[in-house]
Design a protein around this ligand. Structure first.
Ligand SMILES: *[C@@H]1O[C@H](CO)[C@@H](O)[C@H](O)[C@H]1NC(C)=O
Ligand SMILES: *[C@@H]1O[C@H](CO)[C@@H](O)[C@H](O)[C@H]1NC(C)=O
Ligand SMILES: *[C@@H]1O[C@H](CO)[C@@H](O)[C@H](O)[C@H]1NC(C)=O
Ligand SMILES: *[C@@H]1O[C@H](CO)[C@@H](O)[C@H](O)[C@H]1NC(C)=O
Length: 423
């Protein structure tokens, strides 16, 4: 019963998810072997996904020699921030470069959106110097503007422009930042700090922490329910689970591989978790609506609330609800939210996402204060905060449990008809 119900929405959501990326930087660079090293690092660091999920963007590309020299022996976390400094959150084609008013402008970069770029560190200065030459450099005062524009590689107005520059843009401290240390990658430490103490202690007492820790070196993405999630109504009594089932439940809250938020947003369909032990077993469906990623188990769902750790190769997200796999908790959650004879006008907390917990949830994934240049309209950073203001509007897409499933199926049919009409 659960399976046929589930597969249709999954299919639909994959269709929807594909359309969330405006372009594919990897595919664009496929045609240019002289940028293959640059492309390789964009893919490896997942900065490619950050690029693909943004509109109105300019990528300052380095050829193989320049990129190889830049990468040197630096850890991937350092290369990642360097690459982010080479992605401008505005569209510059050659014409626009030569028409900069007053001949100079600061542009916001992807690095600024990490929230870890103090002062002008996350900005690039573009100057149209006399003689038709355009120079780039860090916007930090005193930094040389000695990187020059070479040629346009690809223009898709006004979505993405790829420009070749002569050499890397260097900003203070970015290249010399240390690789993440063991304490940066301390899972329990990070979970305790993020208000996920219950989850952390379950990981420890069950021994699953060891499995997580040994998975980190090859990449690990953790979905950690916050402490409120374990106290929510309708959460089954976990102490009644056998040891083996508790282990599966905890392994279900992580997946192999480094999947930061932008990567999750471009993920389509079902993902395997660490609990997956066969085709279609213990899978999670990832759906994206605007900037919000939601995980669906087939029993319940949760939004991905915030990023606690994003240090290649480890990502830890907090989530608002525990994830109840079908394999352990069947298709219908404990108190069926549908017909209740009791005449209580207020919706039971199990059926609606609680606005209170949303309000107190940690800050949204990215915190981009995006000043000077015109930032792309409807910057995704607006999405999460707007959502919590109008909790009544929530049932349009992000609400939970069985009724949503039915609604999703209905919406699914409508979209199928639509796409059938389109093709
Ligand atoms: C630019 O992006 C928008 C939104 O993703 C898309 O609808 C449009 O087709 C894109 N334009 C081009 C020329 O690819
Ligand atoms: C982008 O293109 C590459 C091929 O260059 C492909 O492997 C990848 O799946 C594409 N990504 C998306 C999100 O479509
Ligand atoms: C960019 O750098 C040049 C040279 O240091 C400086 O004169 C100019 O004012 C800077 N542009 C902006 C917008 O700050
Ligand atoms: C991780 O942090 C916890 C405290 O939060 C500490 O007890 C533990 O020793 C740390 N583990 C490592 C490997 O540093």
């Amino acid at each position: 019963m659960a399976t046929p119900l589930l597969s249709l929405p999954l299919l639909i959501f994959s269709l929807v998810a594909i359309s969330t990326t405006a372009h594919n930087i990897t595919a664009i660079l496929d045609g240019f072997p002289e940028f293959s090293v640059f492309k390789g690092y964009l893919t490896q660091t997942k900065v490619a996904d950050e690029i693909n999920t943004r509109e109105t963007i300019t990528v300052l590309a380095l050829d193989n020699a320049a990129m190889t020299a830049l990468a040197g022996n630096h850890p991937l976390s350092v290369i990642k921030n360097e690459l982010r400094l080479h992605v401008l959150l505005d569209y510059f084609d050659p014409q626009k470069l030569h028409k900069i008013s007053d001949g100079t402008i600061l542009s916001t970069t992807l690095y600024q959106t990490t929230g870890n770029a103090p002062g002008q560190l996350g900005f690039v200065n573009i100057t149209d110097v006399r003689g038709g030459k355009v120079c780039f450099g860090s916007a930090v005062t005193g930094y040389k503007q000695d990187v020059t524009y070479q040629k346009s590689v690809k223009e898709i107005p006004y979505n993405i422009s790829v420009l070749q520059i002569s050499s890397p843009i260097i900003a203070p401290g970015v290249l010399t930042a240390p690789a993440p240390s063991a304490s940066d990658l301390n899972i329990t430490g990070a979970l305790n700090k993020a208000g996920c103490k219950t989850f952390a202690s379950l990981l420890e007492s069950s021994g699953v922490l060891k499995t997580y820790e040994s998975a980190v070196k090859n990449g690990l993405t953790v979905f950690a329910p916050n402490d409120e999630a374990f106290k929510a109504k309708g959460v089954p009594d976990l102490s009644k689970l056998s040891n083996a089932d508790l282990v599966s439940f905890l392994l279900y809250h992580a997946m192999a591989g480094y999947s930061p938020y932008a990567t999750l947003k471009t993920t389509t369909g079902e993902i395997k978790t660490l609990a997956t032990n066969g085709a279609g077993k213990y899978g999670l469906a990832v759906t994206t609506s605007g900037d919000q990623v939601t995980l669906k188990t087939g029993v319940d769902s949760s939004r991905v609330a915030s990023t606690v750790v994003d240090e290649t190769p480890l990502v830890i997200f907090t989530i608002d609800n525990v994830l109840l796999p079908v394999e352990l908790f069947g298709a219908s959650p404990t108190p069926a939210p549908a017909p209740e004879p009791v005449s209580s006008p207020t919706p039971s907390p199990a059926t609606a996402p609680s606005p209170a917990s949303e309000a107190s949830a940690p800050s949204p994934i990215e915190s981009p204060p995006e000043p000077p240049t015109e930032s792309p309209a409807g910057s995704p950073a607006d999405a999460p905060s707007g959502e919590s203001e109008s909790s009544t509007a929530d049932n349009s897409g992000v609400s939970i449990y069985a009724p949503t499933l039915v609604k999703a199926v209905l919406t699914g049919f409508v979209s199928v008809i639509f796409s059938a009409l389109l093709f």
